[in-house]
Design a binder for this molecule. Sequence first.
Ligand SMILES: Nc1ncnc2c1ncn2[C@@H]1O[C@H](COP(=O)(O)OP(=O)(O)OP(=O)(O)O)[C@@H](O)[C@H]1O
Length: 260
Amino acid sequence: MLAQLKGTEPLIRLESVSLSYGNKDILQNLTLDIRPGEILSIVGPSGCGKTTSLRVLAGLTPPTSGAVRLDGTEVVAPRRDVAIVFQDYGKALLPWRSAYGNIALALDAMKVPKAEHDEKIRDLLAMTGLSKHADKFPSQMSGGMQQRLQIARALAQEPSVLLMDEPFGALDAMTRQALQDEVLALSARTGVTVYFGTHDLEEAIYLSDRVIGLLPNPGRIGRVFDVPLARPRNQLRTREERAFLDLRHQLYDFVTGAEQ
Ligand SMILES: Nc1ncnc2c1ncn2[C@@H]1O[C@H](COP(=O)(O)OP(=O)(O)OP(=O)(O)O)[C@@H](O)[C@H]1O
């Protein structure tokens, strides 16, 4: 199925992306345009290929056929302007480095001059609500704070694309909602394009401009849902809107139908 945009030059293009492991087809013919600044969520039953699609977009796993283009250039390896935030913050952060040190490492990788580190790190900590926790080590931080730190570190790359793989899956509901609002604020402030894999249908609607519904075996685009909700969004009011509730029904029907 095609999910191409009209009128806006896409930032990311998936062109008939297919992927097989051995003789098992995992992704089939994914064709999708993502416009700059868009927040796009990807949902579907467990094992339908959300993580794999994200790895292909990141240049971590090459497709068997088809191509991913970013700003017209084929993605064949990981790029600095594409940052990834994983669910498992425990593994993503370096335990022997403070919050400050974890971000400094990302700036080193970007070859940012040391003289600029302090200001940039303070900005990133402030942006993610961690200003008071610069000297804490990951083990001294809650799950939500560690995930904020992973986001701060990803933003140190000054990415044009943020790939997020079920990033809030391990967090409690209140922390999760706070971080959803952080993602919305970051997107509004930086214009970063977000590709967000999640099991949580309400999270997908709340964040997104569009929600892509994947069908399993092999993973393929079953339906594209436009989200006609105004921004800025609000955890209470947005979730009570008629359009939100209607979409929730449609997505629920889609995912339960896809599981059968
Ligand atoms: N390295 C691999 N080798 C073989 N099969 C794999 C590999 N990685 C993933 N798969 C298979 O690809 C399919 C898609 O997996 P993927 O993790 O992308 O799905 P997902 O939608 O992210 O799942 P979940 O919602 O459970 O996180 C699954 O059937 C999985 O078993």
